[in-house]
Ligand binder design. Structure first.
Ligand SMILES: [Zn+2]
Length: 382
C-alpha cells in the first residue's frame, strides 16, 4: 500500500526564493506545453504526446537558462502532470461526463513540484532534506516514516507562506491474518452540523465551526483587501493575509480530524459511517459553507487510512432514510429538519434525532450483524 507523509520544511530566505523560482519555471513550462497541445489540435487536429514534449524540452533547455537550473526529473514530471490532466479530460469526455478543457495556470495557481524518483534524501538524523540543485533544507519529521517503507517521490508544496514536503511511501501490505483484530467493540457514527458526530451510545462531539468562529476576522481582512487598489503591491500583501486566515482554519480543522480519528481507531474495532454524497449536498447553497467547514470527508478519509494501518475496519452503509426510520422497531417516523427528537409512536423509543440515526447506521453494518450472530464474515478491503 502507498501512504503520503507530509512535513513542514523551513527553507532559508535564499532557498525560498529558489523554490519560488522553480514553481514559476514549472508553471511556465506547463502553460507553454499546454499552448503547444492546443495549437497542434487547432491547426492540424493532431494530439501531442508526453514523449514528444519531453524531447522538445531537451532542446529548449539548451537555450533557456531558467530550465537548466531546475532538476530535469522535476521538469519531466511537470509535463507528465499535463499529460495526466489531458488523459483525465479525454476519459471524462468519452464517458459523456462534464469536462472542462485543461486550463492555463495563473500566477498563484501553481503550488507544487515533484521529484518523481530521485534527487532528494533525508539526512542529518532526519533533520535535513537534501534536494538536488537546491541544497539542504531544515525539516521537522513530527512522525517517522516506518523503517520498512520505501520513499518513492517527494513533492514540495507551497501553502501561502509555508512550505511542505510530501513523500509517497510504499509500505508492505498488512498480513491478511493480522488485518482484523476481531470485532469486539463497534461504533455507529452519524455526522452532522449541530453536533459534528453523534454515536450510537448517545455521546456527541460538538461541531467546532472553525470558519464561523473566524468569520469576523476573514471579513475584516477581506474588506481591507477590497479597499486596496487592484494590481497594487499592498493588495497582493493583503491577499496573503486573507489566505493566511484561511490556512489557519484549514490547519485547525485538520488537526482536530487527526486527533478525533485517532481516538476512534484506537478505541474501536469497527467504525461505521453513512455513505454520504457530500458533493451533492454541497450543491445546496444554504448549508454548503457549513458542510465544507465541518469537513466530514476529511474526517472519514483520515479514519480510513488510520484504520487500515491499525487493522481496524471502517464500513460505509447506505444513508437511505437513516433519520426517518425508528432504530428500534424499524417503522417510518417522518420528521422535518427542525425535529430534533425521535419520538416513536409505535415502540415509544424517545431519543435525540441523531442518536437514533447512529443506531440505525450501526445496525446496517454487515460486519456488526455478523459479529453479533457469531458468524464468520470474510473481510474485504474498504
Ligand atoms: Zn419505533
Amino acid at each position: 500500500m502507498t501512504r503520503t507523509y507530509k512535513y513542514r520544511v523551513y527553507p532559508t530566505t535564499q532557498q525560498a526564493t529558489t523554490l519560488t523560482q522553480w514553481l514559476t519555471t514549472c508553471r511556465l513550462l506547463y502553460n507553454n506545453a499546454l499552448a503547444a497541445r492546443k495549437d497542434a489540435w487547432h491547426t492540424h487536429q493532431q494530439s501531442v504526446t508526453y514523449y514528444e514534449q519531453a524531447t522538445q524540452l531537451q532542446v529548449a533547455k539548451q537555450t533557456n537558462p531558467c530550465l537548466k537550473v531546475v532538476h530535469s526529473q522535476v521538469l519531466q514530471d511537470t509535463l507528465r502532470r499535463l499529460d495526466k490532466t489531458f488523459s483525465n479530460f479525454f476519459r471524462r469526455l468519452k464517458k459523456g461526463e462534464k469536462a472542462g478543457y485543461p486550463r492555463f495556470k495563473g500566477k498563484y495557481r501553481y503550488d507544487s513540484f515533484t521529484y518523481p524518483q530521485s534527487g532528494f534524501s533525508l539526512e542529518k538524523n532526519n533533520k535535513k532534506l537534501r534536494l538536488s540543485k537546491i541544497g539542504s533544507i531544515n525539516i521537522t519529521l513530527h512522525r517517522l516514516i516506518p523503517s520498512e517503507g520505501v520513499i518513492k517521490t517527494c513533492t514540495i508544496t507551497r501553502d501561502v507562506d509555508h512550505w511542505y514536503a510530501c513523500f509517497t511511501v510504499a509500505l508492505p501490505d498488512p498480513e491478511p491474518e493480522s488485518q482484523q483484530r476481531g470485532i469486539k467493540k463497534a461504533i455507529g457514527v452519524d455526522v452532522g452540523l449541530k453536533s459534528l458526530l453523534t454515536f450510537n451510545n448517545g455521546d456527541t462531539i460538538a461541531n467546532p465551526r472553525w470558519l464561523r468562529h473566524s468569520e469576523k476576522k476573514v471579513a475584516k481582512e477581506q474588506r481591507r483587501k477590497d479597499r486596496r487598489q487592484k494590481g497594487s503591491h499592498n493588495r497582493h500583501k493583503q491577499n496573503t493575509k486573507v489566505a493566511q486566515v484561511h490556512q489557519k482554519i484549514r490547519n485547525q480543522r485538520k488537526d482536530f480530524h487527526h486527533k478525533l480519528s485517532r481516538t476512534l481507531v484506537d478505541a474501536y474495532d469497527l467504525i461505521v459511517y453513512e455513505n454520504l454524497k457530500i458533493t451533492n449536498m454541497v450543491k445546496n447553497h444554504h448549508v454548503a459553507k457549513s458542510i465544507s467547514d465541518a469537513g466530514w470527508g476529511q474526517l472519514m478519509c483520515f479514519t480510513e487510512y488510520k484504520a487500515e494501518e491499525a487493522g481496524t475496519l471502517v464500513e460505509y452503509v447506505s444513508a437511505y432514510n437513516t433519520t426517518q426510520l425508528c432504530s428500534r422497531c424499524g417503522k417510518l417516523v417522518p420528521k422535518t429538519l427542525a425535529t430534533r427528537i425521535h419520538s416513536c409512536p409505535y415502540c415509544v423509543l424517545d431519543v435525540a434525532r441523531d442518536h437514533n440515526s447512529a443506531i440505525t447506521i450501526l445496525h446496517r453494518s454487515r460486519y456488526y450483524v455478523a459479529s453479533r450472530s457469531g458468524q464468520e464474515l470474510s473481510v474485504e478491503p474498504v
